[in-house]
Design a protein around this ligand. Sequence first.
Ligand code: UD1
Ligand code: CA
Length: 450
Amino acid sequence: MKTSLIILAAGKGTRMNSELPKVLHPIAGDSMLVHAMAAGATLEPVNTVVVAGHGAAEVTAAAQAFDEQAQTVVQSEQLGTAHAVAQARDALAGFDGTAIVLYGDTPFVSPATLDAMMSAAKDADVVVLGFEAADPGRYGRLVMDGASLERIVEFKDASKAERAITVCNSGVIACNAALLFDLIDAVDNDNASGEYYLTDIISIARGRGLKATAVTCDEAETLGVNSRAQLAEAEAAFQARARAMLMEDGVTLQAPETVFLARDTVIGRDALIEPNVVFGAGVTVESGAHIRAFSHLEGCHVSRGAVVGPYARLRPGAELEENARVGNFVEIKNAVLAEGAKVNHLSYIGDAFVGAHANIGAGTITCNYDGVMKHHTHIGARAFIGSNTMLVAPVHVGDGAMTGSGSVITSDVEPDALALARAPQVEKPGMARKMMDMLKAKKAKKQRSS
Ligand code: UD1
Ligand code: CA
């Protein structure tokens, strides 16, 4: 069955007290909107339509950064969820299939639940995602008759008996697109909020003899974010789930509650992650790699057998091949460390290629930026870069070459050559002793005169 997504993201999110549109607040390194889009993307939708309102330009940019095919439509006045969905009508003109409505501020609906809704949509005209709420609060209530969903009543409009219902509306709906827009045409705003409620399409469908049903999921999936406190709860819930999943997949987390993961973090079986490691977006760590304590990784790839940290920073474009080593207080950015290459102490390697089994001495820096442009450094296989070498890019050090400690390397080094680029040592016999005596005499004279 063909699917299209309609993601509601026009609301202001007043309680966030923020300049940033609510749906763009991040959880695990990606905006809530991206979490919702990523879950929806598993259905391989024909169209993804984001209904934006507050901060529409920023919301559009974020949607398209994740999926350049995504379309945005603008709901300039927030007149209710049915009115919001109606804005997607033109974008879905000619689409013949199931539309799924998601909320941009409800990031955790799982792909499995969306699959279950698509299956249910095969034998029902409208499918609503419900959940058994521990505290039903102000959620809309699902009024069921056996397996048939008769209507959804909003809390504000509900009777006492209806408020006692604990099965609540998540907001996620699946319905044939043409039928959805047709049902929405019949929705009015004659209710306690004066809004066009999407939830009204259920009673309208039932009145036409159509079939409506509910699929239920765990309440954790329908967690919505309305405040900073709920954002923090959502982050914690995400982290707890992601850590548990990794451990189930055979990854060792020595202190799971201190490891922070991103939405897209991938870690292979038998990798070992020590305490206090932070994964930003776009990291893959292969099986058997070892990430030591207090390391920060982002946009990088760590191959099998590689060891990172403690206290290492891998920035976007860092690519560690098998058995590479990155030690303490080392920063790697946009650079490849080929198999077995070592950068063990206090270095910055940026915009560089480090050949297989090369050894980079402590304090080495690739001087990649001239204030205007970035330049590349190439270090050949088995090269030995002496401690505190400055490699002024662009520069090329050949295979098997060496640089002397403290060298400032400004021109290319031939393979197997030794490059020395530092002032020669001068030695003055007895001079240290003489200087000491002179300084002590000076100090004594000063003390006498005061
Ligand atoms: C809605 C449901 C309620 C459900 C609850 C789950 C309706 C009428 N009610 O209530 O049954 O239990 O969600 O959280 O649908 N939005 C727009 N444009 C609008 C209005 C809303 O884009 O004009 C977006 C919001 O940004 C938000 C979502 O739709 O992402 C839900 O809107 P919200 O106002 O939070 O609905 P609730 O009152 O919580
Ligand atoms: Ca809400």
